[in-house]
Design a binder for this molecule. Sequence first.
Ligand code: ATP
Ligand code: MG
Length: 390
Amino acid sequence: MRHVILVRYGEISLKGLNRNYFIDLLAKNIRHALSHLESVKVRKVQGRIIVDIDDDELEEGLDRVTRVFGVVSVSPAVVIDSEWEVIETTLEEMIKPLEFETFRISARRANKNFPIHSDDIARKLGGTVLRAKEDVKVNLHEPEITFQVEVREETYLYFETIPGPGGLPVGCSGKTGLLLSGGIDSPVAGYMMAKRGLKPVAIYFHAFPYTSDRAKEKVITLARILSKYTGGFKLYVVPFTDLQLEIIENCPERQITILIRRYMARIAEEIARKEKLGSLTTGESLGQVASQTQESLLVTNEAADLPVFRPLIGLDKQEIVEIAQRIGTFETSILPYEDCCTIFVPKHPDTRPKLDLIKKSEEKIKDKADELIKKAVKDSEIIKIKPADA
Ligand code: ATP
Ligand code: MG
């Protein structure tokens, strides 16, 4: 008896997108998500993707496939010959360990050479279950368990449907520069934009020795966890110390946070040009800190040409924490290693920065800063993040 995972994708998500491109990309992403499992083969059939997988790898396979964006639901199924006796005895075996009081059989005969019609398959198999199990009843409307039988060239038999994450296959919307700090918010932001089909290129600003190597390791760990959902991606570790010190030594203290944001955006845009990124993504949420007021975001945006996506903008911290817990980044995010922005936080940050004053400060350090931006990009360490390492 062979096992497969039946993968369903949403028809709605196909709107406006080239259908075959979408399905091929989804199949490719599933293949990548399962590449560490030896028995796996991924193939397309009419309206579905099928993953052939050995029994002993099934659990791990299900765990991975149900993280792939674009997957609406999956069912672990057994594959058997399309012969009546085989179908009947397999179903009998299948129900043995299960406890239920009400059930229904849902049968579909796609293979018209099979001699029994769908309705009759359902009725006959209903009888099989009633004979094999005491005290169970048929309930067509609200059954506890539904046994599904799909008779094709081969027959699929299953009773479980596990929801997937939905969304669009990662990559179908292009690539985004994800500003990834070690905090709670930015990994969640990356997750949410990946759900809309954006592949991240992560960018971390590292202010060594003010931020330690442990802080960097934490970001790498977060990136690996995120890659279980997005597939592998590049992480730029940008040396940020010199530029940060240049700002701190020459500009008014209350402007430091917003100036740092603007230079982060500029460096991210340099990387975006190199990597052909169509947007930037941050974990900002309105009103959370001084740099996340409308006025501050206006001034930050002015430094960037690309659209800046902020998927958390309308979420409360608690809502963000819940997503972080669900996707598995929270525990790592709360490890206490310092962040470059928290080390240099001014006592009284400007919550309503004025663009002209900010520009005046930048004018003073322009030549040096331009040079440091180029140097930071050039000296960035590029780490290949792989989901298998998570
Ligand atoms: P997070 O929890 O994501 O760190 P936060 O609530 O601490 O966010 P800030 O520190 O103000 O908020 O950062 C806002 C956003 O700016 C972050 O979500 C992230 O996208 C980006 N960012 C901040 N610091 C860094 C950094 N060192 N490297 C890369 N991006 C950063
Ligand atoms: Mg932070």
